[in-house]
Design a protein around this ligand. Structure first.
Ligand code: AMP
Length: 432
């Protein structure tokens, strides 16, 4: 029998891996500029950590965790990164050493969800956690950073939903409101939500069952029951977001699937529809109670987000230009080939990827190869170019060409590479 990868888990082969590396590099550099340093935690954690922090009634804990017993311990392959990072933060008493801490992580997460486009059983997240700052300025900074991040990764059409679910007392009040609202409609709810009505009515709001969704759409909004301090925090967040010119949309129905959140919640969604129901590229929020719950000497406020790497790569696949050589040399004689070898060597010393076509083929065949390699430029060297000490530099990304003295080739190449290539549709028009 042929053995295949586990359903919902994927291999990443070298061509794809190059895209992963580029994404990870962009992520590390960008969050590094905001002061985030990397934390690496084990893939296995005590099951208890997730049960306590994510919440027993969440889908993640109740049906999606890969948990097993070994030597009397109950272990779980991590379904997310926030609880593990918080466990490490408390275990190493980081709060005792520094008042504010910024951590990021990148790695695989495991949830036994029903596989679909954009939903896997092993998927990868890149996320950030900021400890020791109650916000709301830090909340706005993080949300702004997320917008900058997905833009840098090539995502164009997105919207950021924000909401506040308040702190402890607000949530208790909201739970009561929701129970009062849903109780008369109990029979119309899904079986899961009938159970949630007793244990955690907030979870009904993010149920995927159509029966629940219809009712949830008319449920009371949390914004109406926010305590004064929570409302002030949320106003502050919006003020800072406005000042930073971060576009956002207040979404009072946003609750998110994990129990640990307090106050600020946010989710960044793609608006092109290409991911169907799996339209969230990243999500996050504040979790001011977790560090205290995990046994820290004092409570420490915290906020974080996690971005789904597969989803980002899926929605940016079209946008991303294939990376090819900077310049492909097409010499038309033996003498021209010698010249081309020399010119290419010089260009490589300035850090450019160059290739010389030494096969003695027609210009047309050499240009076809340049196109196939996704080379940005092609340098043609014929008798005329040799006689005048020049090259004909064709910009394949912009459908332009110029005659350049060989002594100025490096400058011309650098200048061309700094110009954006035409978009695919402009090229099509250009080709007529
Ligand atoms: P969560 O940890 O559920 O808040 O998810 C944060 C982000 O991780 C989501 O917005 C998705 O981009 C991504 N994500 C969550 N679950 C999956 C999954 N099963 N497959 C792929 N990506 C996921």
């Amino acid at each position: 029998m042929e053995l295949r990868a586990v359903r919902g888990m994927k291999d990443i082969l070298p061509e794809q891996a190059a895209r992963w590396q580029r994404l990870e590099r962009t992520f590390r550099e960008l969050v590094g500029r905001y002061g985030y340093g990397e934390v690496r935690t084990p893939l296995l954690e005590p099951t208890e950590l997730f049960v306590r922090e994510i919440g027993e009634d969440t889908d993640v804990v109740s049906k999606e965790m890969y948990s097993f017993e070994r030597h009397e311990d109950s272990l779980t392959v991590r379904p997310e990164g926030t609880a593990s990072a918080a466990r490490a933060y408390v275990q190493h008493n980081v709060a005792g050493v520094e008042p504010v801490t910024r951590w990021f992580y990148i790695g695989p997460m495991f949830r036994a969800e029903r596989p679909a486009k954009g939903r896997y059983r092993q998927f990868h997240q890149a996320g950030c956690e900021l400890y020791g700052d109650v916000g709301p300025a830090s909340d706005a900074e993080m949300i702004g950073m997320c917008a900058e991040l997905v833009t840098a990764l090539g995502v164009r059409d997105f919207v950021i939903h924000v909401n506040s679910i308040g702190s402890g007392p607000t949530r208790a009040r909201y739970r009561d409101e929701l129970t009062r609202f849903f109780e008369p409609h109990r029979a119309a709810l899904s079986e899961d939500s009938q159970r949630r009505l007793a244990t955690n009515p907030l979870r009904i709001l993010d149920s995927k069952d159509p029966r629940d969704r219809e009712l949830a759409a008319t449920a009371p909004s949390v914004v109406d029951v926010l305590a004064e301090e929570d409302a002030k925090h949320f106003d502050g967040l919006r003020r800072h977001l406005d000042a930073l010119a971060v576009p956002y949309h207040v979404d009072p129905r946003l609750v998110r699937g994990l129990d640990y959140y307090t106050r600020t919640l946010f989710e960044l969604k793609i608006t092109t529809g290409e991911l169907g129901a799996q339209d969230a590229l990243l999500g996050g929020g504040r979790y001011d109670d977790m560090i205290g719950n995990l046994g820290a000497k004092r409570p420490v406020p915290a906020i974080g987000f996690a971005m789904g790497i597969e989803r980002i790569l899926e929605v940016t696949a079209r946008e991303e230009a294939r990376i090819g050589p900077a310049c492909y040399f097409a010499p038309m004689s033996e003498e021209a080939t010698t010249r081309a070898l020399l010119l290419a060597q010089n260009l490589r010393q300035s850090g450019h990827w160059c290739e010389v076509d030494g096969r003695g083929l027609s210009v047309k065949a050499m240009l076809r190869r340049a196109d196939g390699l996704a080379s940005r430029l092609a340098a043609l060297l014929g008798a005329d170019e040799l006689a005048t000490g020049t090259v004909t530099l064709k910009d394949l990304g912009r459908h332009e060409q110029e005659r350049v003295p060989t002594t100025q080739l490096a400058e011309a190449v650098a200048r061309r590479l700094a110009m954006p290539p035409l978009a695919a549709e402009e090229k099509a028009v250009d080709r007529g």
